[in-house]
Design a protein around this ligand. Structure first.
Ligand SMILES: [Zn+2]
Ligand SMILES: [Zn+2]
Length: 395
């Protein structure tokens, strides 16, 4: 990146923050964008990757209060038109360095010739921030990979919610040193070269430029006595158990994200997430439709025709519902509040569908009664079909 680029880019726009944003706001905006655009979470997305670099570059400058001040000052000057001819080696135009003290010629005595910040090298240092654990000199910090696991639940457990133990294999914080990378009883020490900053600055004229500390690789720390298990990396591959609370009402096929429960990051990078794919066993009686439960209840023809009161099971106590006279087979009745728990703390409904059952065998008496009934039945149930066939015949 050349000097010119450095000052011509609008880093505030890149991070989407106003010029007067606080350092905290800048850090926040950067973390959010970096997480969204990180190549680990968007592999094979060149647009995201170049945007990620831009964002990192912007943060390298704006994230550091001193560098930001310089950047603001120079940008102001550029905007005021007093900054021509810089970096090119040609004669400066009128105005030269404007108000810079000592700016006698086109390039003054300070000069802007330093080739700027090497963003690639700095990326490592930028990512060590947030998520706990000591930073180590083990290359650039990387977010841990996301992991995935399956969880099978009974119908009842899915509705009630459970706290369960998931077993996950992958890179995790070292079980011996707890992720510090230092042998138990010892601690990482502050890097003597950079005093823990992870970067060393050199003053070149008016500007000071920073590069990652070579002693500690940008981590700001050194581990005099590395942990034997992880060789100082703070990370090991092992199977671990994770306690997870599965919310009440979870559905079959749900994918639950447990933030930070994936693989451990490297060199102090944040952990990935763990995705839990939930499989819910079918229930002997109840089905599920969204937040509602479903239940099919056989009733007899006389019950359907005459109406009745029906007691049906629910997840709680059985409830009694009224089947009105003349209920057709397949009709669904709604029992409020006896469904699955919903996200807002309420309950769905129980949908009871009645099926009129037809007896396979009849006693002599029943047959006689039905024959008598049939003889009195004058309802033309198939009138639509009869009409259609009559019309087709042209009658
Ligand atoms: Zn260890
Ligand atoms: Zn250092």
């Amino acid at each position: 990146m050349s000097q010119r680029d450095y000052f011509e880019k609008d880093y505030y726009a890149v991070l989407g923050v106003p010029k007067n944003a606080s350092q905290a706001d800048i850090a926040k905006a950067y973390r959010k964008l970096a997480r969204e655009l990180h190549p680990d979470s968007r592999p094979d997305d060149p647009a995201a990757e170049s945007r990620f670099k831009e964002v990192s570059e912007a943060h390298t400058v704006l994230g550091n209060a001193d560098k930001r001040k310089e950047y603001d000052e120079v940008r102001e000057m550029v905007a005021a038109g007093g900054f021509r001819g810089f970096g090119g080696g040609g004669p400066g135009g009128p105005g030269g360095f404007g108000g810079f003290p000592g700016g006698t010629g086109p390039f003054g005595s300070g000069g802007f010739r330093t080739e700027g910040i090497n963003v690639e090298d700095l990326l490592g240092g930028l990512f060590g921030g947030g998520g706990g654990g000591a930073r180590r000199g083990a290359g650039p910090a990387r977010r841990g990979r996301d992991l995935e696991t399956d969880l099978r639940l009974s119908f009842e457990d899915a509705l009630a919610g459970v706290t369960t133990t998931l077993r996950v294999a992958g890179r995790a914080a070292c079980s011996v040193c707890g992720g510090s990378g230092a042998r138990p009883g010892t601690t990482p020490v502050t890097c003597p070269t950079c005093n823990g900053a992870g970067v060393v600055s050199s003053n070149q004229g008016l500007f000071s430029f920073s590069e990652p500390c070579r002693t500690c690789g940008g981590s700001g720390r050194q581990i005099p006595t590395p942990c034997e298990r992880c060789a100082g990396s703070g990370v090991e591959t092992r199977s671990r158990e994770i306690r997870a609370r599965i919310p009440a009402g979870v559905r079959d096929g749900a994918r639950i994200r447990l933030k930070g429960k994936g693989e451990a990051g490297s060199a102090g990078g944040p952990a990935g997430d763990l995705y839990v794919n939930v499989h819910v066993d079918a229930h002997e009686l109840f089905g599920r439709r969204g937040d509602d439960l479903t239940l099919r209840v056989p009733i007899t023809f006389p019950e359907a025709a005459l109406g009745t009161r029906l007691t049906v099971p629910t997840l709680d106590e059985p409830v009694t519902l009224k089947i009105p006279a003349g209920t057709e087979s397949g009709r669904t009745l709604r029992v409020k509040g006896h469904g699955a728990p919903t996200a807002n703390g309420r309950r769905g409904d129980l949908l009871v569908t009645v099926d009129v059952a037809v007896p396979r065998k009849l006693t002599k008496t029943q047959r006689k009664l039905l024959e008598d009934y049939a003889a009195t039945d004058d309802t033309a149930v198939r009138w639509r079909l009869d009409d259609a066939m009559a019309a087709a015949r042209g009658a």
